[in-house]
Design a protein around this ligand. Sequence first.
Ligand SMILES: CC(C)(COP(=O)(O)OP(=O)(O)OC[C@H]1O[C@@H](n2cnc3c(N)ncnc32)[C@H](O)[C@@H]1OP(=O)(O)O)[C@@H](O)C(=O)NCCC(=O)NCCS
Length: 272
Amino acid sequence: MFRFLPYVGGGNAPQTSDVTRQFNRKKNRNIFRATSYDRGGSSSDDTPGVALNDVVLSHSYIGAALRWSSRFITLQELSCAGFHRDCGMLLDETPLFEPSLLQEIDWCNNTVAFSPPISPSSPGEGLVLRPLCMADYNRGFFKVLSQLTKTGDVTPEQFAKKFEHMKSTGDYYVIVVEDTNLGQIVATATLITEHKFIHSCAKRGRVEEVVVSDICRGKQLGKLLVTALTLLSKKLNCYKVTLECAPKNVAFYQKFGYGASDETYMQCRFFD
Ligand SMILES: CC(C)(COP(=O)(O)OP(=O)(O)OC[C@H]1O[C@@H](n2cnc3c(N)ncnc32)[C@H](O)[C@@H]1OP(=O)(O)O)[C@@H](O)C(=O)NCCC(=O)NCCS
């Protein structure tokens, strides 16, 4: 994750922010501090510049920061790179999990009929199936989720923090379908793997938050998401995969081999 200090021109560029100091204290992060902008200035094309005098970033971005630190970069360039202007944060394209996992799903094991045929590597014209990335915050990810349940007002900082936590555990497989013409997320679903001592220290999978945008329903995307995650859970050696659903969706999930269990789903709900 990058953090930039906005530079508004004239005088000295801003110094290390409190946020950056906090990050500096975290020893397990790769920190690159670009010092080439101690003095202010403006970008060459007279658009507002951003001083890169304090940058906190993960290992994979050191190269990009070095490239950018050689001059001021414009807000337009930052915006293209997924920079969130309000919070000074780069919501980048780093995937939540290794994308090849989706491409390597053995689609021959699929038992659901797709007509016309679609698959994780060919989900349909202008569509891409891939892991969630941070930049999806700006591509309507929450708009889609809100068609399933209350999402609350999640800030970019909250989203980035949760994303990094999920990524670090390696147990969260949030997949999205992006309409590349619109640059918008149109469907999403999540597989979570849970670690057990039982069944010889096995893992189990849980499928959650399956939702297809109302403008895209009936195009087999729901079937694609559930099939992909069910086969992925098998590939990840889960001994079983489960989900909870409303009675009206039981018939939908039966298509994929899910059946009602003898167990009763119980919960204590603390807040919505
Ligand atoms: C349920 C949902 C994910 C289905 O997605 P979708 O993309 O519209 O569905 P698909 O086009 O992939 O599925 C089509 C097939 O499933 C069937 N189907 C779709 N919704 C169904 C339902 N609720 N119950 C039974 N069958 C259903 C269709 O009849 C069709 O059958 P066919 O392949 O035999 O022709 C979608 O309607 C949705 O997002 N709903 C709102 C959120 C929600 O309820 N999510 C589930 C949470 S448990």
